[in-house]
Write a protein of this length. Structure first.
Length: 221
């Protein structure tokens, strides 16, 4: 399987322009990425650009801190789906997680899953801010709430994906959910390592470079 099929080709810079998003979508068509991942205000543009290509549109809600509550996140997700998003990456309530208030974490995830229905929901844990025990608890909350994926990171915190966290997340969710590794994955070797550790999807802004390294024979999946 080509690595492009694993990649959410990502551009979440708040300063990204229409031209930047158009370029991102053209790259996604060229390489056959799983999705493009863009800010909510760019979903409609990306959906129009990628209609009929087989490349989905992913966006983020509660981003980047997860601190705006379940109802607000559900409303963001509803609008994003209406604009053409196929997949939603929500940031969980980090404050509640640090409180050990897993009921609140679970309830918010369930609110967003109810809003998106059959569309894919990924829950961003922000692993750099969590202990190993908290990562396990967050994974269990996401599964209990019906999430489709657990995801390592926003890319806007103090750290990104690690092999150790991806391995732990994979072991915790088993077959009940999939795992997305994101944050700091900049080359083919790193992407390969995350997939070997159990990642089903890779979030990266370096998708083109990763695919070019694959084409140059840097390795095979």
């Amino acid at each position: 399987m080509m690595i492009a099929s694993y990649i959410d080709h990502t551009l979440l810079a708040p300063t990204a322009t229409r031209e930047d998003i158009a370029r991102l979508c053209e790259e996604a068509r060229t390489y056959g990425f799983a999705t493009v991942c863009v800010q909510p205000v760019r979903v409609a543009q990306a959906a129009r650009a990628l209609a009929g290509t087989g490349v989905g549109v992913c966006t983020v809600v509660g981003f980047p801190h997860g601190a705006n509550g379940g109802a607000a996140k559900a409303a963001e997700a509803t609008r994003a789906i209406a604009d053409g998003a196929a997949e939603i990456d929500m940031v969980m309530n980090l404050g509640a997680a640090k409180d050990g208030d897993w009921d609140t974490v679970t309830r918010e995830i369930r609110q967003v899953k109810t809003a998106v229905g059959t569309h894919v929901l990924k829950v961003i844990l922000e692993i750099s801010e969590l202990t190993a025990d908290e990562i396990v608890a967050a994974c269990r909350a996401a599964v209990a709430a019906g999430a489709d994926f657990v995801k390592t990171s926003t890319g806007f915190a103090s750290g990104g994906a690690t092999i150790e966290a991806v391995t732990l997340m994979r072991r915790t969710v088993g077959t009940a959910a999939r795992v997305k590794a994101a944050g700091g994955i900049r080359d083919y070797t790193a992407a390969q390592a995350m997939i070997a550790a159990g990642a089903d999807r890779i979030g990266a802004s370096a998708g083109v470079a990763i695919c070019q390294e694959e084409a140059a024979g840097k390795g095979t999946l």
